[in-house]
Ligand binder design. Structure first.
Ligand code: AVJ
Length: 322
């Protein structure tokens, strides 16, 4: 890396948001991609979720990083560059930077441009010697040659915390892991956080919190449509609806219509019947043995597994199988 700070804008456009939403809302079972929840406003709501008592995910993972600090640091290649998928705030990378002197470069990748700029500039102020190359992009569609050029000789470590992998479909996960293999190559590592199966009660509290922050996060999708797609939908006509799908071991967030609704996105008429839902996000909850076995079948070696004290969450340290 030649400069200490730079920024590449490959931002997904409002056009792709519009097209995705039209496709998703004209189907039998209405759904939208979870990435659309993360415009600037949505990213801010998600930060508030991370502070909630009921949302155990962030705290459990940070507890793990603290407890396993030495082990993780020693497992990182010296002079490494951390490539973070869906970086969000600087909370977790700051924690990693504090616990390891081996990190020389950082490539945060996020679709929320203003949010990414703010976080990476703040980080650069705190760590002026860190080579930062921020990329505004959908981390599912990376140009791996471009990433390789940026990393330029440093040892890559892909960082995917927070169990964001749990939002992705099986196909997307496979694609993401193949992309990761290309990025990390023989010497690189991956640090992956996954959320574990637990009681429905704990899960529902985490995804339908008492302050209603998750509801605001979910309903922001309607406000985003009003802002960007010139719709004029009353967000109060929808209710935040979080359920645990036991067969699939996942939390699902939906927006449930409180009455019959119809509106237009350009020339496309969208209708919802009362109680019909838009499925906005799934958050998969894993069994660590099953997931490790799966990782093995796609070419990864699980080098270490770190749990929090409640065994709510795990951080996996991965390398490529030889
Ligand atoms: C950022 C995808 C990990 O699934 O727990 C939080 C998003 N949705 N509350 C998750 C989310 C509702 C979060 N991830």
């Amino acid at each position: 890396m030649k400069m200490s700070f730079d920024f590449t804008d490959l931002a997904p456009t409002t056009v792709s948001f519009r097209d995705d939403v039209i496709v998703g809302l004209t189907q039998q079972l209405k759904k939208t991609s979870p990435m659309h929840l993360y415009d600037e406003r949505g990213s801010q709501f998600f930060e508030q979720i991370c502070e909630l008592e009921e949302y155990y995910v962030t705290r459990a993972e940070m507890e793990i990083f603290d407890a396993a600090a030495l082990h993780i640091s020693e497992a990182l290649p010296s002079n490494c560059t951390i490539v973070e998928y869906g970086s969000g705030s600087d909370r977790k990378i700051s924690q990693l930077l504090k616990l390891s002197k081996r990190i020389k470069g950082y490539v945060p990748i996020d679709i929320s441009k203003t949010f990414l700029l703010k976080m990476s500039k703040k980080l650069w102020q705190n760590y002026p010697h860190l080579d930062i190359h921020a990329i505004c992009a959908n981390f599912l569609q990376l140009d791996t040659d471009h990433i390789a050029k940026i990393i330029d000789g440093y040892n890559p470590v892909v960082f995917f915390p927070g169990s964001s992998i749990g939002n992705l479909s099986a196909d997307e996960i496979t694609k993401l892991l193949m992309q990761t293999k290309k990025i990390i190559g023989g010497q690189g590592k991956m640090i992956l956080g996954i959320d574990l199966q637990k009681t429905e009660e704990v899960l529902l509290q985490a995804y339908d919190d008492s302050k209603g922050v998750t509801a605001l996060f979910n309903k922001n999708l309607i406000h985003r449509m009003n802002r960007e797609l010139q719709t004029n939908i009353d967000a109060n006509c929808f209710k935040h609806h979080a359920i645990y799908n036991e067969n699939k071991n996942r939390i699902e967030m939906h927006l449930k219509a409180l009455q019959d609704l119809h509106f237009w996105i350009g020339d496309y008429e969208i209708t919802l019947q009362k109680n019909e839902t838009i499925h906005t996000e799934s958050s998969q909850k894993y069994n660590v043995d099953d997931f490790s076995r799966f990782l093995n079948t796609v070419g990864f070696k699980v080098e270490s597994i770190f749990f929090d004290t409640k065994k709510y969450f795990v951080v996996l340290l991965l390398a490529l199988k030889k």
